[in-house]
Design a binder for this molecule. Structure first.
Ligand SMILES: *Cc1c(COP(=O)(O)O)cnc(C)c1O
Length: 409
């Protein structure tokens, strides 16, 4: 640009001479929005590197806003590198598509987040990638299924919907001994219940990759979809990043802003969801229609000892757990009664996802979701609750009135 001011107003509004003074600071990071990133000269175009955070090249490859969220999330989970994806499921898919090739095999726990299994059953199979489902409560079963073709093992602690807590440390030792890459869906732990890259606190044992549905607690509002992929190994991160780039995955700056804004209250909210869920879960265990309560911090719940070993000291002597619990409604109550119970709830609303202020409920048809026998579960219908931030006493009364309405016996 020369010093001559263009005559046309349209041009002047685009190429404006004013630059605000540098040095603005506020509690919240700025929201930088861009597809195009402007280079000062051609030398800069040639010199800039998009694969690390030393500069800026294109909106998809990062802005100051996305870099800041990535760094904070890496800190949260004890990782070093972080990629952002447009949903938790997109983060899961990026890992599997990046690390698996034709002829490879991936192992998935029987209580995995359902769409992770669906990805393997349909999309991965199209690419000639096989999968096996392993018993999350039996490390020997996992060990027996690892073969020379196994390239990736998915882990979840606890499992989705039924919340059985596995012996994660033993699972990792088995995978490490066989040289297989491990990836944990860490949405439940959220970086707060345990340290995924340092399970024992002595630097000796951790996962290779942690995937987190930021949609849940990091967003905290029920209004953002986003996922992260966190690693501690530069070469592994680069491999994932190249796939992420080739697939064209990016996140919107306004969504990043929402997560950046919620992160400072993450630990407080997690503790509040946790305390309320434990209170309601314990109380539900005393109610006649309930055959079993599934909550890893409650004695008697499947895998409770493993939860205690891994999360029993996190944040204090009570340990840490998320705001989720499920109940098995006794088999003497039919599907129609369970549906009537869910419909009768007023504060617990019917909806998927969790991590926001509003409490949610969902009945599940477990037999259609599991490939293996589930002797750890009593017969009946599984109903999952995600406890929000309402007053616990109001939620208890809501559960009581809905049970009184729906369960005649
Ligand atoms: C919600 C969830 C996901 C997927 O997150 P989305 O952003 O909804 O795609 C993955 N894993 C677990 C355990 C989840 O609860």
């Amino acid at each position: 640009m020369t010093d001559t001011v263009p005559a046309d107003l349209a041009t002047r509004l685009i190429h404006h001479a004013y630059t605000p003074p540098a040095g603005f600071e506020a509690p919240q990071p700025a929201v930088h929005k861009a597809s195009t990133v402007i280079f000062p000269n051609v030398a800069a175009v040639r010199a800039r590197e998009w694969k690390d955070k030393t500069s800026y090249t294109y909106g998809l490859h990062g802005t100051p806003t996305t870099y800041q969220l990535e760094e904070r999330l890496a800190t949260l989970e004890g990782g070093v590198q972080c990629l952002l994806a447009p949903s938790g499921l997109a983060a899961i898919a990026t890992v599997s598509l990046s690390l698996l090739r034709q002829g490879d095999e991936v192992l998935i726990p029987d209580n995995a987040y359902g769409p992770n299994l669906a990805l393997a059953e349909v999309e991965l199979r199209h690419y000639g990638i096989r999968h096996q489902v392993y018993d999350p409560l039996d490390p020997a079963d996992l060990a027996a299924r690892i073969s020379d073709a196994t390239r990736l093992v998915w882990l979840e602690a606890p499992g989705s919907v039924t919340l059985e807590f596995p012996d994660l440390a033993e699972q990792l030792r088995i995978c490490r001994a066989r040289g297989v890459t491990t990836v944990l869906d860490n949405t439940w732990g959220a970086g707060l219940a345990f340290a995924p890259f340092d399970l024992l606190g002595d630097g000796s044992l951790g996962v290779d990759i942690s995937v987190h549905a930021l949609t849940k607690y990091p967003s905290g509002g029920g209004d953002v979809l986003m996922g992260s992929i966190i690693t501690r190994d530069e070469a592994l991160h680069l491999r994932l990043k190249l796939t992420h780039m080739r697939l064209g995955l990016g996140v919107g700056a306004n969504d990043v802003e929402a997560v950046l804004r919620s992160l400072p209250s993450l630990a407080l909210r997690y503790r509040a969801h946790d305390a309320a869920a434990r209170e309601l879960a314990s109380w539900m265990g005393t109610q006649a229609p309930v055959a079993q309560v599934l909550h890893p911090a409650l004695a008697g719940s499947p895998g409770h000892a493993h939860w205690r070993a891994l999360c029993g000291q996190a944040g204090g002597p009570q340990g840490a757990a998320a705001g989720l619990f499920s109940v098995v409604i006794d088999a003497r109550h039919g599907q129609d009664e369970v549906d009537a119970f869910c419909d009768a709830l007023r504060l617990f609303r019917l909806g998927y996802s969790w991590g926001g202020p509003m409490s949610l409920v969902m009945p599940y048809d477990l037999p259609s979701m599991r490939q293996r026998a589930t002797p750890q579960l009593r017969p009946g219908t599984v109903v999952r609750f995600a406890v929000g931030l309402e007053a616990v006493e109001d939620l208890r009364q809501d559960l009581a009135q809905a049970m009184a309405q729906a369960f005649s016996r």
